[in-house]
Write a protein that binds this ligand. Structure first.
Ligand SMILES: *Cc1c(COP(=O)(O)O)cnc(C)c1O
Length: 360
């Protein structure tokens, strides 16, 4: 077996014990005589899987009882429309903080459904930092404030939770969900495509405060109505059964290693190792301000397109994949989600030092 270090921004690595458990149960899940891929989602055995996955997620993330956990499809991108359809229904307006590509996409999509305003942006500075609370101009009449907590493409992240008073705070946590403890009660709604940190593609997690349900725009498709999906426990129709199963295994894996406190320590240690290497290097640099740097997506560059391309090619030959950054930023990026082991980052750092020696 030859597994390589995969630094993909998503879909991305899953913990090895999770893959092994899935493999061991692939043909016959716990004596049911069938694969999870073949089960009726209405069967007792599958009901147990989804109920357990939710229970484990609630435990890992410490989700309060007055929040619903929804297992949906359509990716985080569908949430860009679902959020306004479900929540921009009181005053018909919302505030968006622009900190990168996905928050901008969310903002553009929401414009179709109401009066949407930019409440803060660092676009002029090429998104090299996150605006501080004092830089946000928030409308107390907005139906919600939307932020993207971790910016997958730019490699930045909020190091604080914005204070929005009585206005509900909505956050895209796609690339940082379950990477460290977070106070769910500070948010009205959290959403995340699962393929970055907690499951294969095909699953979208929504964690929503119950009092926000039930006031949708009249044309909202039934499959986009949080209230309906919550009432039927994510089973209005067939849910993404397999991805939910893997999500449950990942949550159990997190509980097994000591929960998010422990995961945070490991993630910070990995990020520190990599950023230290970049900051000490004369070849590599990181464009993101130190206090805004993501611990999940580390973006860096040699400053030369040719050298970056050489780095991608040689790192692939050395057993590391997906170190090329998103086409919109150029340069290099290592996504070091939960499942990327510390040894993977050590291996990358030692490769970077050799690369600098040979090309610096
Ligand atoms: C990947 C990503 C998205 C898009 O997710 P899909 O599931 O592909 O729609 C949105 N927001 C953030 C922060 C992401 O990292």
């Amino acid at each position: 077996m030859a597994r390589i270090y995969n630094f993909s921004a998503g879909p991305s690595m899953l913990p090895l014990p999770v893959l092994e458990s899935a493999r061991n149960n692939l043909l016959d899940f716990e004596g049911s005589g069938m694969s999870v891929m073949e089960m009726s989602h209405r069967s007792k055995v599958y009901d147990n899987i989804i109920v357990r996955a939710e229970a484990s997620m609630r435990k890992v993330m410490n989700i309060p009882d007055n929040y619903k956990v929804l297992f949906l499809q359509g990716g985080a991108t569908l949430q860009f429309a679902m959020v306004p359809m479900n929540l921009m229904t009181k005053n018909g307006k919302a505030d968006y903080v622009l900190t990168g590509s996905f928050s901008t996409k969310a903002y553009e999509e929401a414009q179709k459904y109401g009066n949407v305003r930019v409440a803060g942006s660092t676009k002029e500075e090429k998104f090299r930092r996150i605006p501080q609370q004092s830089e946000l101009s928030l409308d107390p009449e907005a139906d919600y404030v939307h932020i993207c907590f971790n910016n997958t493409i730019y490699g930045s992240r909020f190091n604080y939770i914005p204070e929005t008073g009585n206005v509900p705070l909505v956050a895209d946590l796609s690339s940082c969900i379950a990477s460290e403890p977070i106070d769910v009660s500070k948010f009205a709604l959290i959403y995340a495509g699962a393929q970055k940190n907690i499951a294969p593609a095909g699953l979208t997690i929504v964690i929503v405060r119950e009092d926000l349900l039930g006031r949708v725009m009249p044309f909202t498709p039934v499959m986009m109505n949080y209230g309906v999906l919550a009432k039927d426990n994510s089973m209005y129709n067939t849910p993404p059964c397999w991805s939910i199963y893997i999500c449950g295994l990942v949550m159990d894996w997190l509980l097994g290693i000591g929960g998010l406190e422990e995961m945070k320590k490991i993630n910070e240690k990995k990020a520190r190792l990599l950023y230290d290497c970049i900051d000490r290097s004369k070849l590599f640099s990181c464009a993101i301000d130190k206090d805004s740097r993501s611990i999940m997506n580390v973006r860096f560059t040699t400053g030369s397109e040719e050298l970056d391309a050489k780095f991608v090619k040689e790192s692939a030959a050395a057993g590391m994949s997906n170190l090329k950054a998103h086409r919109s930023t150029g340069g290099l990026r290592a996504s070091i989600y939960n499942a990327v082991p510390y040894e993977g980052v050590e291996y990358l750092v030692s490769f970077m030092k050799d690369f600098e020696k040979n090309n610096g």
